[in-house]
Write a protein that binds this ligand. Structure first.
Ligand code: FAD
Ligand code: S2G
Ligand code: ZN
Length: 474
């Protein structure tokens, strides 16, 4: 019997309301939901569904399972791997979680918050701060990405060094399974050894095992003092040396440590000309670092100043500026966050999100830069990222004069050049962005058969029909 899309849409409307079922058949523009943030992936959707609560998510999942329609869970659609939009094949509907956006509980005494999946990251950050607490996940898309997407991608960002990634911040989950069952794991316990830790299956699963509808996450005491510094260094090796020196002197107070290549700073300056001048001269590499603690601003600034001067004397840095006030610190962070936007404006690039043991990063970069030039003369590496946790965004822009589309066709060759070396050095081809559609074929290349077999058995056990986000990860 052929599939009757009108009947299916009518059933969906009866479940979640006319206004919350969008479809091309009814003249709705679905492109905001079916095209990814990078404009790299797009796929047709039978509908975009916007349920109001967990009960409606369950009803939609049961309808999808009964009628063999696949679901693509979607949060802020800021993912980097094409995992939040439909693929080309088969009947797929986007399940947009944005209406499940309530903060269900904020418990300062237990240092936990329980939020629905569609809560925007920045909203949780703000609500936590209003309660004198910190929710530490921080990344450039925080104004639009959602907690459910952060969990499904096991997001990292700029404070992993001090607080860990999303996996480290999640205490409990509520998940709707592919058969529509609700799995209530919403406990805010830091210790609970009662059988398999099921929530771990869904963290970083990119929506392929179930729909996250709520989460209990850790909160931390809000820092009393913050200090931001921007240093120029002579090499990536010196940046690693500086990391060790600053952590040796300030310990856990170092909450962020980002490395930025000179080419990345130049690109931001080109597209954001009001970026303030930072240091006297140009350096090949820069480090943006932040420290925070529960003391006073004066005490922390003094400790940071003392540590930086000692590093200058010890030859761990060439030049440095310590932000004198909040606005200057924010301007430094704006430079860092504008790199992704500058690259988008520059016409796209071949992105990499690699991680290595920190001690091996200098050797990797120093061998990779010349090899890239040899293989692709004139290519423009834009290298930056979370050096504090060994995570580099080794993004490669086209040689001048090469059209973006032509450059994208070199993706596999560039990826092979980088990822073969990363894996040989016991690193990862995806530190924080996930696999999605973008790296699905590479996962099969770089994971062992045993790893892939266990992943497939877990997928088969939980989603035998393949309803959840097909064509992603596996
Ligand atoms: P989406 O893009 O909507 O979805 C991402 C994945 O999660 C998809 O597989 C989707 O199916 C799944 N998903 C979404 N919601 C749910 C749910 N409720 N249940 C189950 N599955 C779900 N990422 C980092 O880790 N670190 C960074 O520093 C960083 N910086 C960024 C900077 C910019 C400017 C941009 C645009 C992106 C950046 N990202 C970064 C990538 C992206 O923001 C993160 O991956 C983020 O966690 C995605 O959240 P989202 O809500 O947009 O998810
Ligand atoms: C970042 C964003 C994605 C990219 O800015 O830390 O995760 O590679 C990245 O531009
Ligand atoms: Zn990142």
């Amino acid at each position: 019997m052929s599939f009757d899309s009108q009947a299916w849409l009518a059933e969906a409307r009866a479940l979640i309301g006319e206004a919350h079922v969008l479809s091309a058949d009814c003249g709705d523009d679905l492109s905001a939901y079916t095209r990814d943030w990078r404009n790299k992936f797009e796929g047709p959707a039978l509908a975009v569904l916007r349920p109001a609560d967990t009960g409606e998510v369950q009803a939609i999942v049961r309808l999808a399972a009964r009628t063999d329609v696949a679901l693509v869970p979607q949060g802020g659609n800021t993912g980097m791997c094409g995992a939040s939009v439909p693929t080309a094949g088969g009947r797929q509907a986007v399940l947009q979680l944005g209406r499940l956006n309530r903060i269900l509980e904020l418990d300062p005494e237990n240092n936990t918050a329980t939020v629905e999946a569609g809560c925007i990251l920045q909203t949780l950050q703000e609500q936590a701060a209003a309660a004198g607490r910190l929710f530490p996940l921080s990344l450039g898309a925080e104004g639009s990405c959602q907690i459910g997407g952060n969990i499904a991608t096991n997001a990292g960002g700029v404070q992993v060094l001090r607080y860990g990634n999303m996996r480290d911040l999640v205490l409990g989950l509520e998940v709707v399974l592919p058969d529509g069952e609700r799995l209530d794991l919403l406990r805010g316990l830091r210790k609970d050894n009662t059988g398999y830790d099921l929530k771990q299956l869904f963290i970083g699963a990119e929506g392929t095992l179930g729909i996250i509808t709520a989460a209990t996450v850790k909160l931390f005491p809000a820092p009393g003092a913050e200090a931001v510094a921007f240093a120029g260094v002579s090499s990536i090796a010196q940046a690693v040396q500086l990391l060790g020196a600053m952590r040796g002197r300030l310990g856990e107070r170092i909450t962020a440590f980002e490395v930025i290549s000179g080419a990345a700073v130049d690109l931001v300056r080109h597209y954001f000309p009001d970026t303030p001048p930072l240091l006297e001269g140009a350096c090949p590499w820069y480090v943006l670092m932040e420290a925070s603690d529960g003391g006073s601003d004066e005490a922390l600034h003094e400790a940071m100043q003392t540590a930086l001067m000692a590093c200058l004397e010890d030859g761990c840095l060439q030049d440095v500026v310590l932000a004198g006030n909040l606005a200057q610190g924010q301007a430094l962070w704006m430079l860092r966050e504008n790199i992704t936007h500058a690259q988008q404006m520059d016409g796209g690039n071949i992105k990499h999100d690699i991680s290595l043991p920190i001690s091996r990063i200098p050797a990797f970069v120093e061998q990779m830069l010349p090899r890239l030039q040899q293989a692709f003369p004139g290519v423009r590496p834009i290298v930056y990222g979370h050096l504090g946790d060994g995570n580099l965004h080794f993004n490669v822009s086209a040689p001048r004069g090469v059209a973006p589309a032509a450059w994208q066709r070199e993706t596999d060759a560039v990826n092979t050049l980088l990822h073969d070396v990363v894996v040989a050095m016991r690193g990862s081809i995806s530190a924080e962005h996930g696999i999605g559609q973008l790296k699905r074929h590479e996962l099969a290349l770089y994971k062992t058969p045993a790893e892939l077999d266990v992943m497939r058995r877990i997928k088969q056990a939980l989603d035998p029909q393949g309803v959840m986000n097909p064509g992603k990860v596996l």
